[in-house]
Design a binder for this molecule. Sequence first.
Ligand code: GDP
Length: 445
Amino acid sequence: MLNNLTQRLSRVVKTLKGEARITESNIQDMLREVRLALLEADVALPVVREFTARVKEKALGQDVVGSLTPGQALVGVVQRELADLMGGDAVPINLATQPPAIVLMAGLQGAGKTTTTAKLARLLTERQKKKVLTVSCDVYRPAAIAQLQTVTAQAGAEFFPSSPDDKPLDIARRAVEFARSHHFDVLLVDTAGRLSVDEAMMREIKELHGALKPIETLFVVDAMQGQDAVNTARAFHDTLPLTGIVLTKLDGDARGGAALSVRQVTGAPIKFAGVSEKIDGLEPFDPRRMADRILGMGDILALVEQAQRQVDVDAAQQLAAKVKSGAQFDLNDFLMQLQQMNKMGGLQSMLDKLPADMQAKAGQADMNRAERDMRRMQGIIHSMTPQERHKPDVIKATRKRRIAAGAGVQVQEVNRLLKQYEQMRDMMKKMKGGKMFKMMQRMGG
Ligand code: GDP
């Protein structure tokens, strides 16, 4: 989702390259792109206006520190503002009450209410080790009760049976009684949805709300509905005190605007996001991670472009042709590969472009070491004679000692390099003419 925003922003970052600071004049283009991107993503106009104004105010005159380019600094501002727009800090579900903690699920038909009820049951059972009971008060849609029963079983939680002949309020009361006497931690109450907000539905859910006094009232809304989603959420929030919003179908090709404006418009925090149809496709919503993700993708695009620009096309194609012909992959080729990686700006600059959570996994210290290792490996190959590079098999003990001395490293490091080379050579052999070739051609072209 939000691909357009991502793409537009990475374009802005590129045009700002080489500027020393963010100024009134160079920020105009970038703000226009941000504005267009947000409107395309179906973010509400007043929200867009306020957002761009804030970004401008925060970014203007910002000195670009250290290794940051103005583009990067700006992305930093946009990222913080995006996270703030979506609520800033993550707001977890609140179950801190005398059990059972009652969670009322509201929303229009088709929003994903029933699915979400089961997903939530699963999430609370698995991750928080809660004993969860679900119940359906939807006595209007014929298959609603059976559907909840099926998905609750998939979730590994318990289901409280009800019948279309019962009154929603009676069902709810009985379920609470059962949950209390059977020591459930949580009771999730699924309710009827309509095709659009109508009075009868509002009255009924208000009545349920009044009787159950739920600790959480979650409004489930389909992110693909864009502006409509936000308007429906607001209509509900005006009659029912929502404690949180669940955005479903964020995996689809939602334009994503709902994620960005629903918090601002309703004031209720987004607590969960539905990210697949599967029973485990529900995640706690974290505004900062979401902002990271929206912008992180842009940097990946930039990374790909950089790779395409900088990899030496001829060299890559030559190597590909060589591998394809079945010729021996020698240390010259290995050296060339190392050099290509250097040309792409080294491992560190590649790492900088990965989304934050991937960066954390890769680990800063490891990357510094990897970078240093790579330079040493090049040094070792440079200490070899042309014959040794072409026929690495001749490199025995005496030669290893000489090479190590020449490169200023221990003999073990020479051994390690030869081993890595051999692994690469064997991999090349296996891939001959296959995937690797195609990949290199793509990088080259
Ligand atoms: P309800 O009428 O609000 O109870 O809606 P349902 O729970 O029956 O869901 C309607 C449809 O949306 C079903 O086909 C679900 O599988 C689908 N759905 C719900 N949440 C998600 C989600 O996060 N991602 C995707 N891809 N589909 C979802």
